[in-house]
Design a protein around this ligand. Structure first.
Ligand code: SF4
Length: 445
């Protein structure tokens, strides 16, 4: 039996791609192992959004190669593979194949060829004009209870700091008919929650490159899947503020199975920096969208991403970002230090912010956001929330953990029976800055 091991870095889109890679290898009769020592094929599914995860990939390849010299094929897929292609072989010797983001379908052929005939490393990073959305069945998924389903891929926004339009290609939307069919199959197979994925879900259908059928706007797709998929919980990510419409909020208000959570990354609070980032909206535009969300008939949790230390960011610009988080009162924010990505316009700007200034600003922002989050999450204490149980808590085997409909992490006291995959009513007894704690009242289903 040939065994394979996949290590995934980066976003949920990569989690899905790893599931697809695994499905393709399983169709050859291979078996997934969680132990790289047992694997004859090792795949690293990579992320190049920031420098750190990229460096980690190189370290992992060296570790695998040092430990396993023969009889093992090491492949790199994902954004780092697409970005560097053949140059990756020079950067880290010992890689047998490099598979770009639109070449996943080639995986079985390449692996079988290398195993049968050996030979030099293979690089396949060609981008296609009409890339297909590879589909897998519910039974081929590894992720249980929560399913990630791409509805669009690629990005046409070209934010000046971002490598994604180069690694994932131009924006294209998937057919609503195929999306609905996949969602129905997943719901029938017992999945309770789906995340509709895209680099910018709000521009779903805006692109002409839609696969078959009449193009729908994103809010129309949301209404369609809320009505017809049979899913109890539907979430979506990531939203770009420029294309975010009030109709999305209306849809969430109308359909209880559209979860009350929006991830809307502002990236910065200063208009000068937003222009330099090529984000296509102003601080006032962003705050208008926040207003739509905050005035919804049911409470919608708002989270975001912020980059500190973008080239040219002054203390005054940074203060604008601090003021933005005060004003918006996010329930959660992913905060990052800017890291230059090769080939992006921002990496060529001469006024890069010194590392120590970035670190110091990040710490100030983190401290303030932590206080805001702790205060915000305290409003849940005493409330009863519905949690989808994803497994035991990472902190204690005595507790279960899962997410609410508004995507807040909840840890709660365990009953003895196995309730993984169930929807459970939990009474919240305590709030931490990043999660809630409670006790289970009732297993719903
Ligand atoms: S919207 Fe901007 S940050 Fe998001 S993937 Fe596209 S280019 Fe990157």
């Amino acid at each position: 039996m040939t065994r394979f091991f996949i290590e995934t870095f980066g976003c949920q889109m990569n989690v899905v791609d790893s599931e697809k890679a695994a499905a393709l290898l399983r169709r050859l009769g291979y078996e997934w192992t969680d132990d790289p020592e047992q694997a004859e094929v090792i795949l690293l599914n990579t992320c190049s959004v920031r420098e750190k995860p990229e460096e980690k990939v190189y370290t992992r390849i060296r570790q695998f190669r040092r430990r396993r010299r023969d009889q093992v094929f090491i492949g790199v897929m994902g954004c780092v593979a697409q970005l560097y292609g053949r140059r990756l072989l020079e950067r880290v010797p010992g890689v047998d194949f490099v598979l770009g983001t639109q070449a996943l379908g080639e995986l079985p052929r390449i692996v079988e060829h290398l195993r049968a005939q050996g030979g030099p490393s293979i690089v396949q990073t060609r981008m296609s004009n009409r890339p297909e959305f590879l589909e897998i069945s519910p039974a081929e998924r590894r992720q249980r209870h929560v399913a990630y389903v791409p509805i669009m891929e690629g990005c046409d926004k070209f934010c000046s700091f971002c490598i994604v339009p180069f690694t994932r290609g131009r924006e294209r939307s998937r057919s609503p008919v195929r999306i609905l069919a996949e969602l129905r199959a997943l719901a029938e197979a017992g999945y309770q929650e789906v995340h509709l994925l895209g680099q910018n879900v709000n521009s779903y259908g805006l692109s002409h490159r839609i696969e078959g059928g009449r193009p729908l706007a994103f809010f129309e797709l949301l209404r369609l899947v809320a009505e017809q998929s049979g899913f109890p919980r539907i979430k979506f990510t990531t939203s770009h503020p420029k294309d975010f419409m009030p109709e999305i909020v209306r849809a969430i208000e109308e359909y209880p199975n559209l979860c009350n959570w929006v991830h809307l990354p502002p990236q910065a609070g200063s208009d000068r920096i937003l222009t330099r980032m090529n984000r296509g909206y102003t601080r006032a535009d962003y705050l208008r969208r926040v207003q739509w969300i905050r005035s919804a008939k049911r409470e919608i949790v708002l989270t975001g991403d912020i980059i500190v230390g973008f080239p040219g960011e002054t203390e005054r610009d940074f203060q604008e970002t601090l003021r933005l988080i005060e004003e918006v009162q996010f329930d959660g924010v992913y905060l990052f230090k800017y890291s230059p990505r090769p080939g992006t316009p921002a990496a060529r700007l001469s006024d890069q912010v010194p590392e120590e200034v970035k670190t110091e600003r990040l710490m100030r922002l983190e401290e303030r956001q932590r206080e805001i989050q702790l205060r915000r999450l305290q409003r849940y204490v005493g409330r009863v929330v519905e949690v989808l149980v994803e497994g035991k808590s990472s902190k204690s085997q005595l507790h279960w953990a899962g997410h609410t409909t508004d995507n807040i992490v909840v840890n709660f006291e365990a009953s003895r029976e196995n309730i993984e995959g169930s929807l459970v009513k939990v009474e919240i007894t305590r709030a931490n800055p990043h999660s809630l704690f409670g006790r289970s009242l009732e297993v719903l289903r």
